[in-house]
Design a protein around this ligand. Sequence first.
Ligand SMILES: [Zn+2]
Ligand SMILES: [Zn+2]
Length: 357
Amino acid sequence: MKTSVLYKKIEHRRAPLLAPPPKISFFSRSRECKSMLPYSSAAEAEAALGRAMTFAEAAWLRYSATVPDHLLYCHNVAILLVVYTLAPLPLALLEQLTPQAVTSPIKLQPRVRLSEAAVFRCYLDTAWVLLLTVGMLGIVSFPVVKMVGIRTGLPLPTLGEAAAQLAVYLLVEDYLGYWIHRLLHTKWGYEKIHHVHHEFSAPFSYAAPYAHWAEVLILGVPSFTGPAIVPCHITILWLWFVLRHIEAIDIHSGFEFPFNPTRFIPFYGGAEFHDYHHRVGEKSQSNFSSVFTFCDFLYGTDKGYRYHKASLAKIWQTQRCGFPNGKANLICWNKPRAMVATGVSAPRWSPWEVRAC
Ligand SMILES: [Zn+2]
Ligand SMILES: [Zn+2]
């Protein structure tokens, strides 16, 4: 009896030496991790695709094969926090470190300049809210993500496919976001939730997602409805959230750059459009759209803004780039789309616009 027990112990000790455990490739580990990739090797993946993998697909296979799907989906939080930390930084540095006289011509509200402490407090508050809300949403919504068909496998989408999906998401987000934002401007919605986002009447880059936690959750609905209607690859979902976030930073930047590439996007609202909404504040019944201008035009909620722009255009037309009574202290590059929004036939090539402030 004793001998057999001893034999078993020895066998147990020797077992690893006699029969070393088989090496598990990252492909087979992926199956244990419940990744969706149904391939045991790169060759098998290429056989399934019927062609050689692209560089991006090979890289994606190597990366995603070791990560289970629910962890891939949780990348959203990390990506969002990194983008929120880094993307607004150049604009914040421009505002904080550059003399006011230099930035005034391109600032929408040049008289407002927040302290570094206020900007940092905004960043910390927002990062905390994003971490909690988006993190929680990432865990809770994973079954929904699987159900609607967000995929993680191969092939990766083509550029055309990705562009078409992102265009749909933008349109859906803009339309639903318009109505949700409008509801948030009812008495109850504003007092209970939306007033937090309007704390800054002169928005700046880090204030883009600054909002009540409930608003962050609510606005997740229009952001996710597009991917739910037209399911995409998870990399496109990440790209969509990044683009959406950068767009929010752009419209809250407080700057109107003459070289901003978004000027070439038809009906794009831009910083000036949204800045007006923040400037008016609680009573604002204008410019609810977050991306384009056509919802506000369609439902007549851009009248205040158009009147405002028409007034500015009149000043421009009468003063011809001058300084009315020597009191106008701000000039900025004219924006063709802003002039189009006014409906005033100001020359599109006019370089200057006088802005009362
Ligand atoms: Zn608002
Ligand atoms: Zn805003």
